[in-house]
Structures are given as C-alpha cells and as structure tokens.
Design a protein around this ligand. Structure first.
Ligand code: HEC
Length: 330
C-alpha cells in the first residue's frame, strides 16, 4: 500500500535544503575578485583596498592593463607578483572588485538593507477553512466558520457538483489528508498547524509541522520545469512591490481544498499573494483556476498570524504513524 509517497525521503530533503541554503549564502557573499584580492593583496593594501602598509587602491580608477603591469613588474616598494600566484584573469577580477568593493558582498548587503519585506518567521492561520473554505455550521469536532472565499461561494461547474457531494458524504474515508497524503496548495497554508518561512535572496523555504511537508519557492526568475504531477505543485515566486506572488502549477488531482470535499482536477493553477501587512501578520490570498471544475477563477483571502511564543519551534506531526496506529486498533 502506498501510504505517503514522500515519507522516508522527507528528512533527507530537509537536510539537503539546509545545506543548499548554506551553499547559496557563501556563493553570494563574494565578488569573484574578492577572493583573489584577499589571497594576495590584502596584507599590504588592507581590507577592501582601503589602505594599510601600502596605499589605498579603492575606488580603483586605473585601467586593468596598467594594474597588471604593476603587479607583474612590481612598483617601488611593491614586489612583483608572478602569474603562478595570480593569473591575468584573476588580476582583472581584482581590479573590477576594487572599483566598488562595498558593492561586492551582495548577501551581506541584502541582509543589512533587505530589498523586499522579510516574511521569515513562524506563521499560522486561525480560522476554520481547513474544515470547509465556505461558510459552515459547527459539527462534532468541527468549529463553525465564515467563508474565506471572496464572494462567499465557489463557482463550481454544474457537472462538478455531484463529485463534491460524493466527496462530502465520504469525507471520513476519502479526505486525502485523513489518509496522510500531502494536503496540497493552498490547503497546507491554513491547516491548524504552524509553519515556518525561511527567506533568502533567491528562494523561500516553507517547512510545515503537518507531515514534514516542505515547499521551496524559487524567486530567482527560473521557470517551471517540464510538466509533472506534484502533490504540492511546482512553485515559482516573484515580487510585485511589497507582495510576494507565487505561481503554482503541475498539481496531481489527488488533493482537496478542505475536509469537506472541495476538490480540483490536475488542471489546477494557483496564484498566491503574500503581503506583510504589519509586523505580525501577512495578508494571504490564493486565486484558484481550474476550467474542468470551476466556471471562473476564484479567490480565498485570510490573515496569517505570526506565532509570538518565545523559543517556538516547528514540532513533529508524523501523520503516517497515527494513521498506522489507527489501522491496528481494534
Ligand atoms: C608586499 C606588499 C604588497 C602586496 C602583496 C601588493 N602590493 Fe601593491 N603596492 C605595495 C606598495 C608598498 C605600493 C606603493 C609603492 C610605492 O608607491 O612606492 C603598492 C602600489 C600598488 C599600486 C599603485 C598604486 C598607486 O596609487 O600608484 C597598485 C595599482 C597596486 N599596488 C596593486 C596591487 C595589487 C592588485 C595587488 C594584489 C594582486 C598588490 N598591489 C599587492 C605593496 C604591495
């Protein structure tokens, strides 16, 4: 029985992403000329070419050939430096670096003055959308809730309503989340569990307490890969002013929007918009498009709240374990 396609590889995935983050950071931190400068020139000319034992070199105004001649031949007190120590290309890179050394450590600069709002932190939706995104009455174990759908109701096609009714009637068995499958997008965003956003200059990672789910949202301008069927879709983000816009595509048709059987086909396309609307809340929107199931695109909207407890961490909700336990119970 295929219980959870990602379980087992998940821990490995998390480890891989953490090392990926570290890798990205160091790659970002240096102008290619900076390393060469620090290997050979820094002892005399000081950090970032600011001067030390030897005169300041930054901001560099000489052309690269002139500097190369000085480096190879030496200059007054400065000894010649051979091509074995630093080749011609490296010297040219050092010159480029010295033209504006403070611009070089891009990552440090991004940290000091973030270009975009920082969505990092632990967040959680506080509403009843995970049971039903539309307005619903309370039931045993289900809190009542107002609709999170803009305009109240989901614009189902006439021929799609029967499937929803069937899903609703069989929800205790058929809800994919009850079978420990990944909840999909946007449902994962309003499950009653916290999740963490880690933001870097070229991607965001969202780690979810529910079932070790992870989303990676690239913001480096890379396109969607070739079509595939993903439980959580493929996510590519970009910034529109202060709003992070995430385009999600290539979903399978196995996930629901809530525990009440609101569903989609594999033609689902989700565009999310996250806007930091204060220190401690994000306005979250998701526009859902699926011509096989809905007559037009529709949008859900809700706040996500920052969890403010000190030392809060994302804990474990290992759905598969509970699911297996429930199978062996008498
Ligand atoms: C051992 C110390 C030392 C090292 C290493 C060194 N320099 Fe120098 N450099 C000097 C000194 C001292 C001067 C000033 C010489 C003078 O005016 O008599 C100088 C002068 C220069 C000048 C001319 C500055 C001017 O205003 O005319 C340039 C350009 C230069 N260095 C580039 C480099 C580069 C690039 C590197 C690394 C590849 C480097 N140097 C490594 C000591 C050093």
């Amino acid at each position: 029985m295929n219980i959870h396609p990602l379980e087992g590889t998940m821990r490995v995935t998390v480890a891989c992403c953490i090392s990926l983050l570290i890798g990205v950071h160091t790659a970002w931190a240096q102008h290619p000329g900076e390393a060469a400068y620090e290997k050979v020139c820094v002892t005399c000319h000081g950090p970032q070419g600011a001067g030390g034992l030897a005169p300041a070199l930054a901001p560099m105004s000489y052309d690269a050939d002139y500097v190369l001649a000085i480096v190879r031949e030496g200059f007054g007190q400065m000894p010649p430096i051979s091509a074995r120590e630093l080749n011609d290309d490296e010297v040219a890179q050092v010159v480029e670096y010295l033209r504006d050394p403070s611009a070089a450590p891009a990552a440090e600069q991004a940290e000091a003055a973030p270009e975009h709002p920082d969505l990092s932190g632990i967040w959680q939706a506080v509403n009843a959308a995970s049971w039903n995104v539309e307005a619903h009455n309370a039931e045993d174990g289900v809190p009542a809730g107002l609709s999170v759908v803009v305009g109240e109701t989901i614009p189902y096609r006439e021929d799609a309503l029967a499937q929803r009714r069937e899903n609703y009637e069989n929800r205790m068995e058929d809800d994919p989340v009850r079978q420990c499958f990944l909840p999909g997008v946007p449902r994962i965003m309003y499950m009653p569990f916290p999740f963490q956003i880690i933001q870097t200059p070229d991607h965001l990672v969202m780690t979810f307490e529910f079932a070790h789910a992870v989303r990676i949202i690239y913001t480096d301008g890379s396109p969607h890969p070739l079509p595939n069927d993903f439980w959580m879709g493929d996510s590519r983000g970009h910034w529109e002013g202060d709003t992070l816009v995430i385009d999600n595509t290539y979903f399978n048709d196995q996930t629901w929007f809530d525990a009440s059987g609101n569903y989609h086909s594999n033609q689902l396309h989700v565009v999310e918009r996250l806007t930091l609307a204060g220190e401690n809340h994000i306005v979250y929107e998701a526009t859902i498009e699926d011509p096989e199931v809905f007559t037009r695109p529709w949008t859900i909207r809700m706040p996500l709240y920052r969890r403010l407890e000190e030392n809060l961490q994302i804990l474990d909700y290992d759905c598969v374990d509970f699911f297996l336990d429930s199978l062996v119970e008498p």
